[in-house]
Design a protein around this ligand. Structure first.
Ligand SMILES: NC(=O)c1ccc[n+]([C@@H]2O[C@H](COP(=O)([O-])OP(=O)(O)OC[C@H]3O[C@@H](n4cnc5c(N)ncnc54)[C@H](OP(=O)(O)O)[C@@H]3O)[C@@H](O)[C@H]2O)c1
Length: 479
């Protein structure tokens, strides 16, 4: 029997990574991933999928990716782009639909957001417009357009916010939007719908609204507290503006200002199901309760099994780490070396892979945290982003205010700074013989960049020396 050939776009994003794992379990599916940076795809997955590198603004690459494809998933958005994300989203969707039709693809499956145009935020409007564009030619190509509200799963931005707030604040004075009704859904249920839709017999354009119980954000926080064994009180007040609420979220939770503002904006209007196609077309899927979804997400975090996070993708116009793995353009460097004697290089490398996150940044953690707090105050990620899992890193993983730009097992780990800086910075670890070489590379932007570097020299001397020594010390202890 011929295999169904499936293309996943956005395969390095929050949903796409998980969907890829789900579909890999099907023997009768042949998977192809369309990604902007193929090194972000894990080593194991690379053995079992085809990969085409490119983006939806490159028509040739799109055509190449769609050759022979039966079903194509569209899991892309341009929300992180600094440029006009609406027009990027529009062009991206048009290019994709036209390329699918030209390649004879039978079906496009898209996941967008719940909500109606009249009250939608500008980001949701763009998601709606994307769905309309993808499904605008029903005679030429079949589409299934899923619409989901808040997605609850380990690493999802909404879940991180709810968990952080419920964990940290026994009593919360909250803005009015906490009473807006929404219909959260567990990420596993979202994946089940996407998975089942590959074999769904449908024609034309089918819109499927998905969600579990209707709840307000306030009810979600109280229920999340309950799952964690915490009693929580939320008092809504009319005075907190969306902007103020976003600053508040940045202060308490792991998300940066831009993300918080998008989420708050989205919560100002109701996002509930407008049709019952989910129950009609997928009767076997019974979405789990909110409490169950929260418990499941917490279990994954506790077992160190987080597959993807909200910060996996830059979602910008250009992937955040492609072409960023060469720090040779830097003009200022801080290099330190420590010999590790007869400790196995593998142990030293593992120790380098374990830095940051919950473990912190060793002796001068307080200085690192201070730098993180400063970064958050100016709209950066700060140190609160942490890491996906404790012992392992992959290219594209966020690590506090860094992003993993390159990994060569037992040889090189390169981190790209994503903190707000007057310049560009990397932190590199190289193993040569029995020597660990740690280099902070900096490309200053103008006089301000140089001033920044030289004014932080005294701190660099402390933190960088301590960092390399601790990495080697931990490796020795692990032996
Ligand atoms: N996550 C949620 O809570 C949620 C809720 C409701 C609906 N949805 C919908 O689900 C879909 C997927 O969202 P997500 O959360 O998985 O997004 P995400 O984590 O931000 O990932 C976006 C993906 O798209 C890729 N990408 C962006 N622009 C591209 C382009 N022009 N060409 C090729 N690839 C491009 C990114 O690649 P890089 O890795 O290279 O950056 C990344 O793999 C979206 O339509 C979203 O509206 C998500």
């Amino acid at each position: 029997m011929d295999k169904t050939r499936i293309l996943i776009t956005g395969a390095t994003g929050y949903i796409g990574r998980r969907l890829k794992n789900r579909l890999l379990a099907h023997q009768d599916y042949q998977l192809r991933l369309f990604v902007r940076n193929k090194r972000k795809v894990g080593e194991r997955a690379r053995q079992s999928v085809e990969i085409v590198e490119g983006d939806t603004f490159n028509k040739e690459k799109l055509a190449l990716a769609l050759v022979g494809i039966d079903v194509a998933f569209y899991l892309i958005h341009s929300m992180g782009a600094d440029k006009d994300f609406k027009s990027l989203d529009r062009t991206s969707a048009e290019n994709f639909r036209n390329a699918c039709i030209a390649a004879g693809v039978k079906k496009i499956i898209y996941l967008g957001g719940l909500g109606v145009k009249e009250t939608a935020s500008k980001h949701l409007l763009s998601r709606i417009e994307t769905g309309e564009i993808l499904s605008a030619r029903p005679n030429d190509i079949t589409t299934i357009w899923f619409r989901a509200g808040v997605i609850i799963g380990s690493g999802s931005a909404s879940f991180e916010i709810i968990r952080n707030l419920a964990q940290k604040l026994p009593v919360m004075v909250a803005p009015r939007w906490v009473n807006t009704k929404t219909q959260p859904i567990a990420v596993d249920d979202v994946l089940s719908y996407l998975e089942e839709s590959v074999s769904l017999e449908n024609t034309g354009n089918t819109v499927v609204d998905i969600g579990a119980d209707i709840m307000s954000f306030r009810e979600m926080m109280i229920a999340a507290g309950r799952v964690m064994g915490l009693k929580r009180f939320i008092i809504p007040v009319p005075i907190l503006s969306p902007r103020l609420s976003s600053y508040w979220l940045v202060f308490i939770t792991t998300v940066p200002f831009k993300m918080a503002a998008i989420l708050v904006d989205g919560l100002k209007s109701e996002t509930v199901q407008q049709n019952d196609n989910a129950a009609l077309l997928f009767p076997k899927i019974k979405p789990m309760s909110f409490e169950h979804a929260v418990q499941h997400a917490i279990d994954e975090i506790e077992k160190d099994q987080v597959v993807s996070r909200w910060c996996d993708s830059s979602a910008g116009e250009v992937c955040d780490i492609i072409y960023q793995d060469d720090p040779s353009s830097a003009i200022i460097r801080d290099r330190r070396m420590v010999e590790f004697g007869n400790v196995l290089p593998d142990k030293v490398f593992r120790s380098a892979l374990a830095i940051g996150g919950e473990r912190g940044w060793y002796k001068y953690n307080v200085l690192w945290r201070l730098r993180g707090a400063m970064d958050k105050m100016v709209g950066g990620y700060g140190l609160t982003r942490g890491r996906r899992v404790s012992g392992e890193l992959r290219i594209g993983d966020a690590l506090d205010f860094w992003k993993v730009a390159d990994i060569k097992p037992n040889k090189r780990l390169l981190l790209l700074a994503q903190m707000k800086l007057p310049g560009k910075a990397w932190l590199e670890f190289i193993i040569e013989g029995n020597m660990l070489i740690q280099t902070a590379h900096f490309y200053p932007r103008g006089i301000l960049g140089r001033l920044y570097w030289y004014s932080t020299l005294i701190f660099h001397n402390l933190v960088f020396q301590d960092l390399i020594e601790k990495i080697v010390k931990n490796a020795k202890q692990a032996e």
